[in-house]
Design a binder for this molecule. Structure first.
Ligand SMILES: Cc1cc2nc3c(=O)[nH]c(=O)nc-3n(C[C@H](O)[C@H](O)[C@H](O)COP(=O)(O)OP(=O)(O)OC[C@H]3O[C@@H](n4cnc5c(N)ncnc54)[C@H](O)[C@@H]3O)c2cc1C
Length: 375
């Protein structure tokens, strides 16, 4: 069987790409080394923040607006509890990267928002205890998606549109054929297609070794705590998603209560150990809990209750923490995507649309110049 496109990796990005290519009537084969919506990569852990006011760079905002439209569509086609719009706050000192970056994006794109001083933050969200020198930018267009539900829904819709998806089938080799097209090899078979999309997550350094991209894979730990005093102050719609810039390059983030687990999820964004998918320490280490509790003590003391669950995950980071999405420089029939750096999931549906554009049309109307092969 010959395909229009083969996709390597059916995590967050690959599952969305399979759907967007298949819905345009093209014959797709997706190859995934693990089971659907597994927890070995980067797209698990029950929640991912989505937001539009984007401290990382104002150029992401048009993509986020499109992503929000596609999240709504996906949620409407899902039989799972996929999308939660809770509002969101970015917290820090007025001169912090979080506040300055968020304000730059809301000003450039006229995004609706409110500035909150420390007293207002404490009054609106009694679980949060910022000191008087802290402010927040609030926006309504923020919340979280359930990543496993998003992956499952994209996979199911892709299959509905005729995509062929193989699980527990690792790709051992891919090559671009000199006469055009690609050949992809697994232990189970050899497949050919006109185009190849490679969405390998933390396996990118391995699968894209020929490109020498300066990608760094790092371990992150997600923790769930039983709050002291109960769940009420953390329950939707009274509690938002938040990212708290603590200064000195350290930030952590968290979510409202979600009934999938009897705890409140919170995690450090900025600090982790370099690893690979083979070498990552999956077990909890004492410092994982201590370093987070040190940040929570002055800021959200109710979360110093018992830790009830944890999961480990991998960030795949570029040096400037912007994504890489590009046509392979030597093989125009191959598209590669490493949209992580710890903030990629909220873009999943629009990246699926972009990768489908690149595979089918060779170009996209979305501005992806920030994600070029710039290293
Ligand atoms: C702890 C954590 C918290 C995060 N929080 C947020 C957040 O709040 N908001 C946000 O927007 N983003 C967040 N992110 C980032 C976001 O989750 C990632 O950008 C996104 O999951 C990356 O998706 P992916 O498809 O590139 O990788 P993955 O979902 O890991 O998919 C890659 C897939 O490729 C498969 N694969 C690799 N090699 C092969 C092979 N040889 N053969 C077959 N299959 C292969 C893997 O098995 C995997 O399924 C977070 C990430 C982590 C780790």
């Amino acid at each position: 069987m010959h395909y229009h496109t083969i996709i390597i990796g059916l995590g967050g990005m690959g599952s969305a790409t399979a759907y967007h290519i298949a819905r345009r009537g093209q014959r797709v084969l997706g190859l995934e080394q693990f089971t659907p919506a597994h927890s070995n990569g980067s797209s698990h852990g029950h929640s991912r923040i989505i937001r539009q006011a984007y401290m990382e760079h104002p150029s992401y905002v048009p993509l986020l607006k499109r992503a929000f439209v596609l999240w709504d569509e996906l949620a409407a086609h899902s039989d799972e509890d996929l999308l939660h719009l809770t509002g969101g706050i970015m917290i820090g000192r007025p001169d912090s990267d979080a506040i300055q970056g968020t304000l730059a994006s809301v000003r450039e794109h006229q995004l609706p928002h409110q500035m909150l001083d420390a007293a207002t933050i404490r009054q609106r969200y009694p679980a949060l205890t910022p000191s008087d020198d802290i402010v927040a930018v609030y926006e309504d267009n923020a919340g979280f998606v359930v990543p496993e539900a998003a992956v499952r829904t994209h996979l199911r819709l892709a299959q509905t549109h005729g995509a062929e998806l193989h699980f527990q089938e690792a790709v051992t080799h891919w090559q671009a054929n000199p006469a055009g097209g690609v050949t992809v090899t697994t232990a189970q078979g050899v497949y050919t297609a006109d185009h190849l999309v490679i969405t390998p997550g933390a396996w990118a350094p391995e699968l894209l070794a020929d490109m020498g991209l300066p990608l760094r894979v790092e371990r992150r730990v997600l923790l769930w705590f039983a709050p002291i005093g109960g769940f009420a102050p953390f329950t939707e719609p009274n509690f938002p998603i938040y990212i708290w810039d603590c200064g000195d390059g350290v930030s952590f983030y968290g979510f409202p209560y979600h009934p999938s687990l009897p705890g409140i999820k919170v995690a450090i964004h900025t600090v982790g150990q370099i690893c690979s998918p083979d070498s990552i320490e999956r077990q909890l280490q004492a410092h994982d809990v201590e370093s987070l509790q040190n940040l929570l003590r002055e800021r959200i003391p109710a979360l110093l209750g018992p830790m009830i669950h944890y999961e480990t995950c991998m960030y795949t980071l570029t040096p400037d923490e912007h994504f890489v999405i590009a046509v392979h420089p030597d093989h125009p029939q191959v598209v590669i995507a490493s949209p992580c750096s710890g903030h990629g999931f909220k873009f999943t549906p629009v990246i699926g649309e972009i990768l489908a554009d690149l595979a089918i049309d060779g170009h996209t109307k979305h501005d992806i110049s920030l994600f070029s092969l710039r290293f």
